[in-house]
Design a protein around this ligand. Sequence first.
Ligand SMILES: [Cu+2]
Length: 298
Amino acid sequence: MKPDGSFEPFLTDQGAGRAGTFGKIRAVNGGQAPTIAVAPGSRVRLRLLNIDATRIPVLGTSGAPVTIVATDGNACDPYPANDWRLGPAMRVDLAFTAPAEGQAVTIEDVWGAKPVLLARVESHGAAAKRDGKAPPLKLPTAELPAPLLKGAVRLDVALATGHGDPAMEAWAKETGMSLDALCLSQKIFWSINKQAWPGVGHDKKMPPLFELKAGSTYVAELFNATPHWHPMHLHGHTFRVLRASKTRYRPFWADTVLVGPDERVEIAFVAGEPGDWMFHCHIIEHQETGMMGYLRVS
Ligand SMILES: [Cu+2]
């Protein structure tokens, strides 16, 4: 909020055309850096959901070894949580053993030069009863159709900047009219495979990015030709993130994957139920200014 009591703008062109319009307060569970109480020695499973439409926290933890045991709600082989980038719409389940009475596990965003505390999980009260050594948390394997990589159809997806309708822009220039003032233009800053779908209405819906066959496996390479991060989300499917050119991954299940500047990320999935399935950046300002399309499954 501004000193005069009015709200800061939620969206700006400068933000929508770059990394997004950032808020000034970091809220977790409706407050700032909450402390969550747990029993000393208890096994803790903490699901983090990034519902900020802009920020991409880089996780930094301390106080106990913290591992990621699930991505977007699907079990994965445990691996260290530190340095994981949690883009908008992404989720991770963290697992750890609560430390001794009075001690805490902290979860920070270490993206910037100065870490930002997101939450503390503090041990209090009677210690958790455990007979001997508790086995490590093992989640049931996700029951998802496994992509058959051999013979899979390859798809190329280029994330790029976008342009408005050239005819309309030329007309505006000629007449000196402002498209914004006339509400004629829907701003277009982004595109997928040279197509932009601005706004969220059906009036500007374009042809599908790809036509897929239900039950067939597809391997898509997402290439980010922009200088900003894009958390790309596919509706109705859970895909396997196979590899990325600038980030070291062990393959994992996801429905949203971050693609860094100039990065190539390969995902594989089995086309599911027939229908049109949205595929868009989950930085909502990017989605609303063009970075949205859909896959048609039939
Ligand atoms: Cu984006």
